[in-house]
Design a binder for this molecule. Structure first.
Ligand SMILES: Nc1ncnc2c1ncn2[C@@H]1O[C@H](COP(=O)(O)OP(=O)(O)O)[C@@H](O)[C@H]1O
Ligand SMILES: [Mg+2]
Length: 229
C-alpha cells in the first residue's frame, strides 16, 4: 500500500473521527470471544476502545494481562474483525505480533526475501533495509540460519525486523522486546526513536514502568475501554 492511500475499514457501528494529520484512528471498537464450553456465553474483551495516532509520536499501550491489548492491536491492523467500531488508517502499517508468525524451515534471509515480496518492495530496497536491520539489531551472523535453530531472543529480533522491513508509516509492536537482552533493548529504542524523528508513528504494547519516559503518551486498556494518561 502506498503512503498516499487511505484505507478505510468500516465495521458495523460508529463513524471514525478523522483529521488531516491522523495516521490511524479507531473509534468504538467492540470485541467478544466465544467462551469454550459455554454456549451463547461470550467474553466481552473490548467495549468501546479507541485510539488516534499522529506523525512523530511513540505511544505506549499498557494494561493488565488479559486486558485486551493484543486483541485491540489485531483489530487495528486488520488481523481480527471487530464486532463494532471503525478503524481508519493512512499509509503503510507494520505489525509485530506477540507470537512470531514464522516458518520453522526458512532462514532469516529467506524470511526477509519472502516478506519483502509480500510487501511489494523492490529488491534493492529489501537489501538496503535488511542490512540496516541486521546491523541495527545486531543479528547479521544469523542471516543463513533456519528459524528453528534460533534462540528466543534472535527470533524476537527477526519478528521485529519483519515488521520494520518496509519502513511503515505506522508501526504496531506487541511486546516486541520479550527475550531481548539489555543491549538489544537499547538498540530497539534507537530504531524506534529514529523512526519517530522521521515523522513515523509507533504504538508499543509495554509492561514496563521503566519504559514510561520513552513514550510521547500512554494509553491504558482497562474494562474494555482505552484511557489516556
Ligand atoms: N482467540 C481467543 N479466543 C478466546 N479468548 C481469547 C482469544 N484471544 C484472547 N482471548 C481472551 O481475551 C482476553 C484478552 O486477551 P489479550 O487481548 O491477549 O490480552 P492482553 O494482550 O492484554 O494480555 C483474555 O481473557 C484472553 O484469554
Ligand atoms: Mg498480549
Amino acid at each position: 500500500m502506498e503512503a498516499s492511500e487511505t484505507r478505510t475499514q468500516v465495521l458495523p457501528g460508529n463513524d471514525g473521527a478523522w483529521g488531516a494529520a491522523t495516521l490511524l484512528s479507531a473509534v468504538g471498537i467492540e470485541k467478544a470471544y466465544r467462551r469454550l464450553g459455554r454456549r451463547r456465553k461470550r467474553a466481552q474483551v473490548l467495549a468501546g476502545a479507541g485510539i488516534e495516532l499522529y506523525p512523530g509520536e511513540v505511544v505506549g499501550l499498557v494494561g493488565e494481562n488479559g486486558s485486551g491489548k493484543s486483541t485491540f492491536m489485531k483489530v487495528l491492523v486488520g488481523a481480527l474483525d471487530a464486532d463494532a467500531g471503525t478503524v481508519t488508517t493512512r499509509g503503510r502499517i507494520g505489525y509485530c505480533p506477540q507470537e512470531p508468525l514464522v516458518y520453522s524451515r526458512l532462514t532469516c534471509d529467506e524470511h526477509i526475501e519472502l516478506f519483502g515480496r509480500a510487501y511489494g518492495m523492490p529488491d534493492a530496497d529489501v537489501r538496503r533495509s535488511r542490512n540496516e536491520l541486521y546491523e541495527g539489531l545486531n543479528f547479521a551472523r544469523y542471516a543463513g540460519v533456519r528459524v528453528d535453530r534460533l534462540s528466543g531472543g534472535t527470533l524476537s529480533k527477526l519478528n521485529l525486523a519483519l515488521a520494520l522491513l518496509p519502513d511503515p508509516d505506522v508501526l504496531l509492536l506487541d511486546e516486541p522486546y520479550a527475550g531481548f537482552d539489555w543491549d538489544t533493548y537499547l538498540r530497539f529504542w534507537d530504531l524506534v526513536e529514529a523512526r519517530r524523528a522521521r515523522g513515523k508513528s509507533v504504538l508499543v504494547v509495554s509492561h514496563f514502568v521503566v519504559d514510561e519516559h520513552r513514550f510521547t503518551r500512554i494509553v491504558d486498556v482497562r474494562d474494555g475501554r482505552t484511557w489516556s494518561r
